[in-house]
Design a protein around this ligand. Structure first.
Ligand code: HEC
Ligand code: HEC
Length: 213
């Protein structure tokens, strides 16, 4: 390559790099604007609100939130008549008018700092929970409970404990992950069934929380 060609190539690389950078910044700004609606329930920092029954989202990766938002939109999650809180979230997902908007808001939330919500559940035994977690959950959610994109399994580590509990209850009762179109949720349902009782659910959640202490 001549020196002039190299200079042109460098310039082009710099320009396309800057364009990509500003496109990403625009998407985040768009995502932040869209998040205004979500903040009413999930909070301005996306750390959740028990009062609104809306879980913490900060610390969840973009791909997982996109999957869930598509499920809420397609009525594969939050459509069961017994799913009171899912039914509250589903119409909110439909306020996102395009896949671009859906991705922009998920990217914005994923850019917020992860946060460990205050524990609200009582009576869990983290030591027993560790045994249960190591036996099953670890295979998909990982030893550090940070999730595994290949298995479509989310991090559990930054979740509100009351929300984890409620989600396990829903999987067990066939209120979440039981829709035939929800093939990913179907992989989680039998795992929730391996926990013998409510105490075991509390124990495993106490252990997940202890990972962030
Ligand atoms: C009216 C209150 C409300 C608003 C507004 C709202 N949500 Fe939610 N959201 C909820 C509730 C309640 C749940 C829990 C659903 C459940 O229990 O399964 C939830 C769950 C979620 C989940 C699933 C989290 C997980 O760990 O699987 C995502 C993602 C989400 N909301 C994103 C959003 C986004 C993005 C917006 C804005 C476009 C939004 N929410 C607006 C109430 C709300
Ligand atoms: C075979 C893989 C697999 C195993 C093992 C597994 N999970 Fe999951 N889990 C998933 C997948 C996939 C999802 C996402 C489901 C969806 O998209 O709705 C999930 C979701 C969850 C959720 C909902 C999280 C949220 O943000 O809404 C909880 C809670 C959960 N798992 C707890 C557990 C616990 C506790 C164990 C061990 C008893 C366990 N999982 C074992 C695959 C697994």
């Amino acid at each position: 390559m001549t020196r002039a060609r190299i200079a042109v190539a460098c310039l082009l690389a710099a320009v396309t790099g800057a364009l990509a950078g500003s496109a990403a910044a625009e998407d985040l700004a768009r995502g932040e604007a869209l998040y205004g609606l979500c903040a009413q329930c999930h909070g301005s920092e996306a750390t959740g609100s028990k009062l609104a029954e809306a879980p913490s989202l900060a610390g969840l990766p973009q791909w997982y939130m996109e999957n869930q938002l598509h499920k809420f939109q397609d009525r594969t999650r939050g459509e069961h008549p017994g799913d009171i809180t899912g039914l509250r979230m589903a119409p909110m997902s439909r306020a996102l008018r395009s896949d671009e908007d859906l991705s922009a808001v998920a990217a914005y939330i994923a850019s917020l700092p992860a946060h460990t919500p205050e524990p609200l559940l009582v009576g869990g035994d983290a030591a027993r929970g560790k045994e249960l977690f190591s036996l099953t959950c670890v295979a998909c959610h990982g030893a550090d409970a940070m999730g595994n994109q290949q298995m479509s399994s989310p991090p559990l580590r930054y979740a509100s404990d009351w929300y984890l509990y409620r989600s396990l209850e829903k999987f067990r009762a066939g209120i979440r992950g039981a829709n035939p179109a929800d093939t990913v949720g179907a992989t989680m349902r039998p795992m929730a069934m391996t926990l013998p009782d409510e105490q075991a659910m509390k124990d495993v959640i106490a252990y997940i929380h202890s990972l962030s202490e």
